[in-house]
Design a protein around this ligand. Structure first.
Ligand code: 5GP
Ligand code: MN
Length: 323
């Protein structure tokens, strides 16, 4: 990626009257970290900016510790149409959920993302598939905006980087990711504090949910695929929150053997699947074939139907070993 889109993005952002900063539905650590970091930076640059939810009516409980999380607004609660919409970590307008309705009447849309399948739907698009997280691109914007690297920005950018790289362990944990981590740590990011808040503040209910997912672990495709699932009643019975399902997939991906790991989250009429490749298989293109998307090593899709329907649609597309 050249520096030009970053410069154009900063120009648009500086001249915004009111910016809505949004990310994808069911926001993860990169989505929340990126949105809050950019909101803080815009406010510091004297630009009015609101973090806006694509789904739900409050920040995910799991990221409520991040500075500024209480400032999230729903689209319905915005008093006026923002003139600039920033779409972070979202490859297409549909991934913006309720916030997609803000696009049509905005005078400019700034897209900042690291998904390789980004539809380039902005007036300005900062899209870099080699970026370890969207928050890494937000950091580039922060630097170009020339605002001080305040504590809140450092913590939020670090949160996105740490979570999207799987605590610096996935294939996107590149030298660039480690360099940025060092830059943030040197500038004062509270790395241990962010880590503890993300990974060591689990509710007992979330652990009970994880136990169910682990207990159901099954193999398919001659052992090339491991999968598990949770149902709506698991949430009801354990008391775990929807946002606490985000890293169930991380609990099952540790199993030895499979090339691909899948977690199905089932509700009454649909199934959301999370796919992770352990050996270089391109699960992004498989998810796209089923109407979803994502990265080579981490992707997802949703199908209308039952768990059996989702398994029947997915397994033939995944790697298989001779039995
Ligand atoms: P997760 O499995 O954690 O929900 O998502 C993993 C990756 O796949 C993320 O980069 C996420 O944005 C992407 N992803 C998950 N579900 C969908 C989907 O339904 N559509 C698209 N386009 N991307 C998805
Ligand atoms: Mn991301």
């Amino acid at each position: 990626m050249t520096a030009e889109p970053l410069k154009q993005a900063v120009e648009v952002l500086r001249s915004a009257r009111h910016a809505a900063v949004c990310a994808h539905v069911d926001p993860d650590g990169d989505a929340v970290g990126s949105v809050l970091a950019l909101t803080h930076a815009l406010n510091a640059a004297g630009v009015r900016a609101d973090p806006v939810l694509a789904s739900g009516d409050h920040a995910p409980a799991t990221y409520a510790f991040l500075p500024g999380a209480e400032q999230y607004r729903t689209v319905a609660s915005l008093a006026e149409q923002p003139d600039v919409v920033v779409a972070l970590d979202a490859p297409s307008p549909t991934r913006l959920g309720e916030a997609a309705s803000l696009l049509a009447r905005a005078s400019a849309v700034v897209v900042v993302d690291h998904h390789p399948d980004n539809a380039l739907f902005g007036t300005v698009c900062v899209v870099d598939p080699d970026a370890p997280s969207t928050s890494a691109l937000v950091w580039d914007l922060v630097e170009l905006l020339g605002v001080p690297a305040e504590q809140a920005i450092l913590d939020c950018v670090y949160c996105g980087l740490m979570t999207d790289t799987g605590r610096f362990s996935y294939s996107n944990a590149t030298p660039r990711a480690f360099r940025l981590a060092a830059t943030l740590a040197e500038a004062g990011a509270r790395t241990t504090w962010v880590y503890r808040n993300v990974y060591e503040t689990r509710s007992p209910a979330a652990l009970a949910l994880t136990a169910r997912a682990l207990d159901r672990l099954a193999l398919a495709n001659g052992g090339a695929v491991a999968y598990s699932w949770i149902e709506e009643q698991d949430l009801v019975q354990t008391g775990a929150l929807q946002e606490e399902t985000e890293d169930l997939i991380d609990a099952i991906r540790v199993v030895a053997g499979p090339d691909v790991v899948v977690l199905f989250k089932c509700s009454s009429d649909r199934v959301k699947a999370s796919l992770r490749a352990k050996d270089g298989a391109d699960v992004g293109s498989i998810a796209r074939a089923l109407g979803g998307g994502g990265h080579r090593a981490a992707a997802g899709f949703t199908v209308e139907g039952t768990l059996a329907d989702a398994i029947a649609a997915l397994m033939p597309l995944l790697p298989a070993r001779p039995r």
